[in-house]
Ligand binder design. Sequence first.
Ligand SMILES: NC(=O)c1ccc[n+]([C@@H]2O[C@H](COP(=O)([O-])OP(=O)(O)OC[C@H]3O[C@@H](n4cnc5c(N)ncnc54)[C@H](O)[C@@H]3O)[C@@H](O)[C@H]2O)c1
Length: 305
Amino acid sequence: VSERQPVEAHEHDPAVTPSVGVVGAGIMGRGIAAVLVLAEARVVLIDDDAGALERSVKIIERDVGREVARRTITAAAAEAAMSRLETASEIAALTEDEDFVIEAIPENLELKKRLFREMEERVGADTILATNTSAKSVTELAAVTARPGHVVGLHFFNPPLRMKLVEIVRGMMTTDETVARAAALCAGAGKETVTVADRPGFVTTRINALIGNEAFNMLMEGVASAEDIDMALKLGLNHPMGPFELVDLVGLDTRLAVLRHLHATLGERFRPSPLLVQTVGAGRLGRKSGAGVYRYEADGGRADD
Ligand SMILES: NC(=O)c1ccc[n+]([C@@H]2O[C@H](COP(=O)([O-])OP(=O)(O)OC[C@H]3O[C@@H](n4cnc5c(N)ncnc54)[C@H](O)[C@@H]3O)[C@@H](O)[C@H]2O)c1
């Protein structure tokens, strides 16, 4: 992994070429980086795991290439987008020039707080520090910094290149200007935004967790099979994916962690379904472990039970 290289091709004009640090090159970080370089931003993608960083750059190349195949961009635009991407293995690669830094490390508030303190040391006074958290408190993260007005949630969805929405989460101290700058960045990247208050789970995570949890309770009660519950929501309620297909993609452990947080903060109606707890205990975490509610072949196809 190379040290951050300066980009010489562009004069830095934040209105045209925002400069964005993305920290954490996992599923979300790499997707957000791809969205932003395609939207003319310069991005430094940072991960302390060199292997993760290398894998992510390959995936971004593949995904940007697919846009060429889909004829949404030209080959030259794809090449230009990739030239705006840099990688680094240390937070020290962030500079005062960053307009935004978007954090996408694992969903652990203590880890995120430590990172926010480190990031703040590196960036300029006007840099906005954003978190991609699905459910943690933006206000608590903001409070560990000396710039709580410049901290905001930017909740992208998986996969970021395909999903239209970004929830802008307004912490208790987030300023109007920060929300406006965040909205402009998202609009520039072709995303629709909704601004939501900093309450656990925002809008989407809260509702999705409740539906997904109820699906496990219904399966446990024998109301219907997993396949039939999925089909009912897809064909009867027009959901693009069934709740079990979705949780297998998200990860059952991730969903359980979210539900535990919502249960602790919002109360009894979010108590994790015993069947979800048991399935996680069995090591069936979803597609990533080869089995969740359903079982998967090595090529990702569904195995017949
Ligand atoms: N996966 C989803 O569907 C989804 C959707 C919306 C939001 N989110 C949120 O996005 C965040 C990231 O989730 P993900 O699924 O992309 O995680 P992930 O596990 O795929 O990736 C996290 C990456 O962060 C890196 N990392 C950890 N600590 C770091 C540090 N201190 N500095 C630099 N890199 C570090 C890891 O090496 C890893 O590559 C979480 O807060 C999650 O709740 C996830």
